[in-house]
Design a binder for this molecule. Structure first.
Ligand SMILES: NC(=O)c1ccc[n+]([C@@H]2O[C@H](COP(=O)([O-])OP(=O)(O)OC[C@H]3O[C@@H](n4cnc5c(N)ncnc54)[C@H](O)[C@@H]3O)[C@@H](O)[C@H]2O)c1
Length: 409
């Protein structure tokens, strides 16, 4: 696409109002980015605290440049947050798609609710985009839902699935620069969605159908999970065999076609640790490797807890007293404030629940239920054993010799 064509598209689209449903880690930065390109947006969320905060220019997600973008947009009257959707030309759905705990199958209830809430506002020619990670077939189901409620809109709207693949901690950069996969329910929908993304994405926009786009997102995270599981499995085998796994991986990676990832305390966050189940639960016979990788990565966290308990038992035996244990880092990965499905948080909670005296250091969050947060210096001063669980940059210069680094066990 030439620069001129792109400018013409942006001019054409800019007057269109955008309504983003779900103002979390994806919806909020997306709103900030699109507003910075001159669009007017309405953000919708069921969380009244988020709406109130946002309308005051307060940003509840820690991402570089986000506060500045949101505050500029508010100053220029480009964004407004509210509880219910309003009439717009483009609707973007970025609500959660969690797992059902009992059977680990995906729950698309929030996507359904979000679509149901925008249905009364949809007009002929509007574009609806689902960005939430979804099991395959969801976009087609939402198409049915819309047509059942508003049969007169049949074949008169555009609907596409456009998954997100951003890295928390670098979301704004990646929103703008990553390549995107865009899959409409038909060719016209794909093209309409591509036009829209052209206005704020510099990366390449790859066209496909909705089902392939849905699967593409799931496969990306399953692929990461499988590769991490291999490293985690190696680390447990190496531990038993008396081999330094980091040295082993370093040497194996000297092979020109081998690239083993690093092991860790498990896999967290709400993409890699969750999305593979969207495939494994819907394709139980075919998705065996994907399921096994999930199980290995979850098991690695339990294995780490056993290691920690071994250290504690040894201390108790040698010193005839229970130690105060400090954990460094609670988030699911370094340098973010996101504790969802965090193995570090799970480990810390588990040790607290077992009655040990625990303190924790987490520079990216202010409080954490049932866990006593202290400063790094206080942790070093008070703890008998210090375990590093997350390799935050804030801990980098503080490589005290008595810290047990579990980040790459
Ligand atoms: N966070 C990531 O890095 C990431 C990356 C790629 C894809 N995704 C996917 O994007 C989707 C959103 O993820 P997130 O991290 O932004 O989640 P989030 O929990 O941070 O935000 C979702 C927001 O939606 C709101 N919400 C829930 N139901 C609603 C409804 N019916 N109407 C309006 N608002 C509603 C919640 O209050 C919340 O503020 C998920 O499907 C996730 O898997 C996330």
């Amino acid at each position: 696409m030439t620069g001129l064509v792109k400018t013409q598209i942006i001019q054409k689209m800019k007057d269109k109002k955008v309504c983003i449903v779900g103002l979390g880690y994806i919806g909020l930065p997306t709103m900030g980015l699109i507003a910075s390109k001159g669009f007017s947006l309405v953000g919708v969320d069921v969380d009244s605290q988020k709406i109130a905060a946002l309308n005051k220019g307060e940003v509840y997600i820690f991402e570089d440049r986000l506060e500045e973008l949101i505050q500029n947009a508010i100053k220029n009257n480009k964004i407004k947050a509210q509880a219910i959707p309003t009439s717009a030309s483009v609707y973007m759905i970025a609500v959660p798609t969690p797992l059902i705990a009992e059977n680990k199958s995906p729950d698309i209830i929030y996507v359904k609710q979000a679509i149901q809430n925008v249905i009364p506002h949809i007009k002929e020619g509007d574009l609806i985009i689902i960005e939430s990670t979804c099991p395959i077939g969801t976009t087609e189901k939402m198409q049915q839902l819309i047509y059942e409620a508003r049969p007169q809109l049949k074949d008169k709207i555009f609907l596409a699935y456009c998954p997100e693949r951003v890295l928390p901690g670098n979301i704004l950069y990646e929103l703008e620069n990553n390549d995107r996969v865009i899959g409409g329910i038909d060719k016209a929908s794909t093209e309409k969605a591509v036009e829209f993304y052209t206005c704020f994405v510099k990366g390449n926009l790859f066209e496909t159908n909705a089902k392939t786009a849905e699967m593409c997102k799931l496969v990306e995270n399953a692929s990461r999970d499988v590769n991490i599981a291999f490293a985690n499995e190696l680390s447990m085998i190496s531990d038993k065999a008396g081999i330094d796994v980091m040295e082993l991986i370093y040497l194996a990676n000297k092979h020109p076609r081998v690239n083993i990832l690093q092991p860790g305390i498990g896999v967290g966050g709400h993409c890699i640790a969750i999305d593979p189940w969207f495939i494994a639960s819907n394709f139980p016979k075919e998705g065996k490797m994907i399921r096994t990788a999930r199980e290995i990565n979850d098991y690695k966290t339990l294995w780490t807890i056993d290691k920690i308990k071994d250290y504690i038992s040894k201390f108790t035996e040698e010193n005839q007293k229970q130690p105060t244990v400090a954990f460094l880092g609670l988030t699911f990965k370094p340098d973010v404030d996101d504790i969802r499905t965090s193995p570090a948080l799970f480990i810390t909670r588990q040790i607290v629940e077992e009655g040990y005296n625990v303190i924790a250091v987490e520079p990216h969050i202010e409080e954490c239920k049932n866990i006593k947060l202290v400063s790094y210096d206080e942790a070093l001063q008070k703890a008998d054993i210090v375990f590093k669980l997350v390799a935050h940059t804030a801990f980098k210069d503080k490589s005290e010799s008595n810290i047990i680094n579990l980040c790459y066990v």
